[in-house]
Design a protein around this ligand. Structure first.
Ligand SMILES: Cc1ncc(C[n+]2csc(CCOP(=O)(O)OP(=O)(O)O)c2C)c(N)n1
Length: 362
């Protein structure tokens, strides 16, 4: 099925706006919607926010569609159960079914039990294939009109084929991989332990130096909270390597820095203003200064760099300072080629064991 056909069928039934938090499986449909001037695309920072915006759009008379990954469906469950299902607010969940068949370990559990989750939360669903889009969308529309409850359309990996448009690159000169290499080199020398966010940041970090880091595969947006927990109970210096999209997904973590005041924490965000790992859809950081957020959140040292020549000195200085410290590095979109998933080399449990041995010395 082409993403354009699918989008047109949804438009014909009056669906929109399209509220998206990306998954690479849905990337061609998101790209198609982004370039259609007749479609309103909204890019909130998390699926939990997305379901709120979509619900508001319904209240104002729209027929909203959520475009989200199944891991992100789990981020919507509070609103689903305590808003949509009890106030009768229908939104169409279009959910990528990662973990349907062989996939990366972070998708295994949610993928295997996806139908059970939908059943348990009383969300009827259809699984899109190459031929059933008309019937599936009609069934969704009728159910939502009659019951005023949410409905889900599942999209399996590989179903949607097409271009994933890349927005114009910001003119930043630093490549994310080069920044990761520079940061890791300086911090390893100073005895830091690392927690790195999911997606290509962990892959590139593993490729840069195969140290005993907590390379996250899933739980997007939780690198900082994990780092805060470690920093509070460890004497080691802790570096959190984060993405702008991931950090903003759970931005509510940052004010905890003020109350916990971890002297041994350095939070580094590689800010490319997009979700590079899922084909460069825009995040909100183009117009939201994460360094200002860090200042408000009580980090003691806050530094922002946009130029290669500033990065070396900035990281060398921050490595030695008492924290909590924050470094925002503006980098170019895109991913370096040939970096394999860390989980192709180690199981998640092995990653954790290796990290704990490095941290605790046993
Ligand atoms: C809850 C959840 N929603 C969506 C995804 C899909 N996903 C994986 S990596 C990623 C992008 C990460 O973007 P960012 O943190 O900005 O780092 P970048 O890849 O741009 O360096 C997304 C959206 C996910 N893993 N989990």
């Amino acid at each position: 099925m082409t993403p354009k056909d699918l989008l047109n069928k949804l438009k014909e039934k009056g669906f929109g706006p399209f509220v998206e938090v990306p998954c690479s499986t849905l990337a061609p449909l998101i790209a198609e919607a982004e370039k259609d001037p007749g479609v309103d695309v909204i890019n909130p920072a998390s699926e939990a926010v997305a379901v709120g915006i979509a619900s508001g759009a319904y209240l104002a008379g729209k027929k909203p569609v959520l475009l989200i990954q199944n891991s992100g469906f789990l981020n919507t469950l509070n609103s689903l159960t305590s808003l949509n299902l009890i106030y009768d607010i229908p939104v169409l969940f279009m959910i990528s079914w990662r973990g349907h068949g062989k996939d990366a370990p972070e998708h295994e559990i949610v993928g295997r039990d996806m139908e059970k989750y939908l059943d348990v939360f009383n969300v009827p669903y259809g699984v899109l294939d190459d031929h059933n889009a008309d019937a599936a969308i009609k069934a969704a529309d009728e159910y939502m009109t009659n019951s005023k409850k949410p409905y889900a359309l599942m999209v399996t990996p590989g179903l949607l084929k097409g271009e994933c448009a890349v927005p114009e690159s910001p003119a930043y000169e630093i490549e994310r991989k080069d920044a990761i290499v520079t940061v890791k080199k300086a911090l390893l020398k100073n005895g830091y332990a690392f927690v790195s966010t999911n997606g290509f940041i962990s892959r590139e970090s593993f490729d840069a130096a195969d140290s005993s880091d907590l390379y996250m595969m899933g739980s997007m947006g939780h690198a900082l909270p994990i780092g805060l927990g470690i920093a509070r109970y460890s004497d080691k210096k802790i570096a959190v390597l984060d993405g702008d999209g991931a950090a903003m997904m759970h931005l509510g973590a940052m004010p905890s820095v003020k109350s916990l005041d971890p002297k041994n924490l350095l939070h580094v965000i590689f800010d490319n203003e997009v979700y590079a790992s899922t084909e460069n859809q825009p995040t909100l950081s183009k117009d939201f200064d994460l360094a200002k957020m860090a200042e408000l959140s009580g980090y003691k040292n806050v530094v922002k760099v946009t130029k290669k020549k500033e990065l070396d000195g900035a990281i060398e200085r921050l490595a030695l300072k008492e924290g909590p410290s924050f470094l925002l590095i503006k980098v170019r979109p895109g991913n370096s080629k040939g970096c394999s998933r860390v989980s192709d080399k180690m199981t998640c449990s092995e990653i954790k064991d290796s990290f704990m041995r490095g941290l605790n010395g046993k």
